[in-house]
Design a binder for this molecule. Structure first.
Ligand code: BYC
Length: 315
């Protein structure tokens, strides 16, 4: 089949809402966009374990420790499903890791902020997982089959994570004045970075237009950001704490909250490697990669030995 017919068949499938599967023909740009997005998403899950892992040994009770351990372990699982989904597009896990460690591949800006107090674990679950769910529910209908299917399970787990965080915030807000102040301080520090997770404004997003056409994205960055704000403001009211934005006001005409300006300079500084924790995060991943080399070597040697044995038996 010539390239034009292949392209037409691909576009017809997208238009009909059918999913694209690994063995289907796809334009090179579609394949590359997915490798970029899925691998960056996987890296975010794995790097996202670091700020939360910081509090496992200091969780205030056994119940909190068990829940946090389970959550961090879930993030590792999410990373694994996503790396596997990306591998179906012809990139290896080693290549993806190299791209993360060299800075070629990005991971979410949000994980370059430090977790200073226990309340940050509450704020991350509530806001960061809350934002992740809004973005990822959309991705359960993304056009690439393996990515969409991975997102179904991930969303179920993220939902538990969001409730775990909100419950920590609720407990702190119903506690002593000092505990409530910790919750307010965490909201103050995590609010704006959470809004940045959705990416640049649509007008400044180089990938959105094509990704919407190919149904990789079903909603734009700005649409999802607005959805998050509209859902989260009433949740802050229940907690009795204040979102740090004096311009946050209900707009009857639009049927949405208006909100203040995001500091896009800060966003690009963080994305380009100059956030508070970028260097520490990559150093931690580099150390884990180096120290895990013997495990990877042993696993490969074991698999090779098993294969040799199989061949010997069948000879
Ligand atoms: N941080 O044209 P755009 C989680 C980059 S949740 C860093 O809008 P696109 C978790 C973007 O990559 C977080 N970089 O791009 C939660 C692009 O650069 P490149 C992970 C960002 O792809 C709790 C450039 O800016 N979720 O894992 O159409 C606990 C222009 O952007 C960010 C996902 O990854 C950012 N915030 O849209 C543990 C969801 N925003 O690649 C873990 C899947 C933008 O050209 N990803 N950039 O060098 C997506 O939905 C989309 O990729 C985005 C960006 C909405 C993030």
């Amino acid at each position: 089949m010539d390239i034009k017919s292949l392209e037409d068949r691909f576009e017809a499938k997208i238009a009909a809402g059918e999913s694209i599967e690994p063995k289907d023909w796809m334009p090179e740009k579609y394949r590359k966009t997915h490798i970029r997005q899925i691998s960056q998403h996987a890296h975010s899950e794995i790097v996202g374990m670091l700020p939360e892992g910081n509090w496992i040994t200091r969780a205030p009770s056994l119940r909190r420790k068990v829940a946090l351990l389970a959550k961090v372990q879930d993030e590792a699982g999410h990373g694994l499903y996503l790396y596997s989904a990306a591998e179906t597009l012809g990139i290896s896990r080693d290549e993806m890791t190299e791209q993360l460690l060299s800075g070629k591949a990005k991971y979410s800006s949000i994980f370059n902020y430090p977790t200073l107090t226990w309340a940050d674990i509450g704020a991350i679950g509530w806001l960061v997982d809350g934002a992740a769910i809004i973005n990822q529910v959309m991705l359960t209908r993304t056009s690439y089959g393996p990515y969409a299917r991975a997102m179904v399970r991930i969303c179920k787990e993220e939902s538990f994570h969001q409730r775990q965080g909100y419950e920590i915030m609720l407990t702190l807000c119903n506690g002593t004045p000092e505990q409530k102040a910790l919750a307010q301080d965490a909201l103050n520090r995590w609010w704006w970075p959470s809004l940045m997770m959705f990416g640049p404004r649509d007008a400044e997003s180089p990938h959105t237009e094509q990704s919407m056409k190919w149904k990789i994205k079903r909603k734009t960055n700005d649409e999802l950001r607005q959805q998050f704000i509209d859902i989260t403001k009433p949740q802050a009211d229940i907690l009795g704490i204040t979102i740090p934005d004096p311009d946050l006001k209900w707009n009857e005409e639009r049927g949405h909250y208006d909100f203040g300006d995001i500091d896009w300079d800060e966003f690009w500084q963080v994305v380009n490697g100059n956030g508070q924790c970028n260097k520490d995060r990559i150093a931690a991943k580099q150390k884990a990669w180096d120290e895990g080399a013997w495990v990877r070597d042993a696993a490969v040697a074991h698999a090779e030995k098993k294969e040799q044995k199989k061949q010997k038996l069948s000879a």
